[in-house]
Design a protein around this ligand. Structure first.
Ligand code: UFG
Length: 323
């Protein structure tokens, strides 16, 4: 298949690109490199430097690549930042996504695969969370992703754009070549590993008074290669709809830090801070639907393995990607 990957220089997109190429697909990566890194683009892929602010740029790029499928990873993805700069999130994650969907329709693309998020649910009434739970986001990041999910429903009904939307829980870990490097790092596991590497003196814990057993937020961490596998399965013809991707195990911030201490063999000093705005207390997936309908089988479901692969990458890339 010929696949057009937006955000293929970013964390999740780089590993999915690698897996697509390993599976024999041809890939065009389209990325503006504001979040992504040129050296995170698999050298076997074609690369197009995106200028989405230029009228017609996305349409032109899709038309030139003539893809069978589009995988749309490109987005801003920081919950906390979306609470202080919502404009950035609605413009990039909604308006630019809409331009891409229009290009897909215009060019007759057969399948659109969208990176959605569990942040579309907001604090859930129950965990593990199934896809039919009400979606009540509590941050602009989740809201913009939900708005675009709705665009896809209408576009599929009216323009027959076939789509699949994956609601990721917390992506973590690394492949052998590609890992997590954000220019401003706010994610828990890479921040903790920076402390293990001696690059930071301590890790901050945002909120210790949540209604959870140890008072810190609970998340469901999912290995990046397992996310990539789900995308391969989603490309099969006839598959569409919304799917949660997580392991069904919730770990608190303190438990993640302890696991990082175990994996790295290093002590992680912590400092307790107030809650971070926009954080739901507990997000844990039920991925039964993906397992049942797509035949998805996570290969690295244990937090220890997930952290071990992240640690292996951070040790060999202590400064992340060179660019
Ligand atoms: N946290 C800390 N200290 C840190 C970093 C994070 O205590 O230094 C806490 C956060 O407050 C949160 C938890 O660790 O409670 C996880 O935070 P992350 O920033 O690693 O991840 P989020 O759950 O906020 O968000 C991530 C992605 C989103 C995605 C979401 C799905 O950034 O794109 O997972 O839950 F939508």
């Amino acid at each position: 298949m010929n696949v057009f990957v937006t955000g293929g220089a970013g964390y999740i997109g780089s590993v999915c690109t690698e897996e697509l190429l390993n599976a024999g697909h041809a890939v065009t990566v389209y990325d503006n490199l504001t979040e992504g890194h040129r050296s995170a683009v698999d050298p076997r892929a074609d690369f197009v430097l995106a200028k989405p602010e230029t009228e017609g740029d996305i349409l032109q790029a899709v038309r030139a690549a003539r893809p069978d499928a589009i995988l749309h990873f490109a987005a801003n993805a920081l919950v906390g930042e979306s609470m202080t700069n919502p404009k950035k999130y609605f413009h990039n994650n909604l308006v630019n996504a809409l331009k891409l969907a229009d290009a897909a329709v215009e060019c007759g693309v057969k399948k659109f695969v969208f990176s959605s998020t569990c942040a579309t649910y907001g604090p859930p009434d129950r965990v593990p969370m199934t896809e039919d739970l009400p979606q009540r986001p509590i941050n602009p990041y989740g809201e913009a992703k939900l708005m675009f999910e709705k665009v896809l429903i209408w576009y599929s009904q009216i323009y027959h754009l076939d789509f699949i939307a994956f609601r990721y829980f917390n992506a973590a870990g690394a492949s052998g070549h590609f890992g997590e490097h954000h220019r401003i790092e706010t994610h828990l596991i890479p921040n903790v590993l920076q402390v293990a590497l001696g690059r930071k003196s301590h890790c901050e814990i945002f909120g210790t008074d949540y209604p959870t057993p140890d008072g810190t937020c609970i998340r469901d961490y999912i290995h990046i290669k397992d996310l990539a596998q789900a995308h391969m399965l989603g490309l099969h013809p006839g598959r569409s709809g919304f799917y949660n991707l997580g392991n069904g195990d919730g770990y608190s911030v303190r438990e993640v830090i302890s696991m990082c201490e175990k994996v790295t063999g290093r002590k992680i000093p912590t400092v307790e801070k107030p809650r971070r705005a926009g954080d739901p207390p507990r997000l844990v997936a039920s991925a039964e639907k993906a397992i049942r309908e797509l035949g998805w089988k996570p290969q690295f479901p244990k937090l220890e393995e997930i952290v071990a692969t992240a640690w292996a990458w951070h040790k060999t890339h202590p400064d992340g990607y060179p660019d």
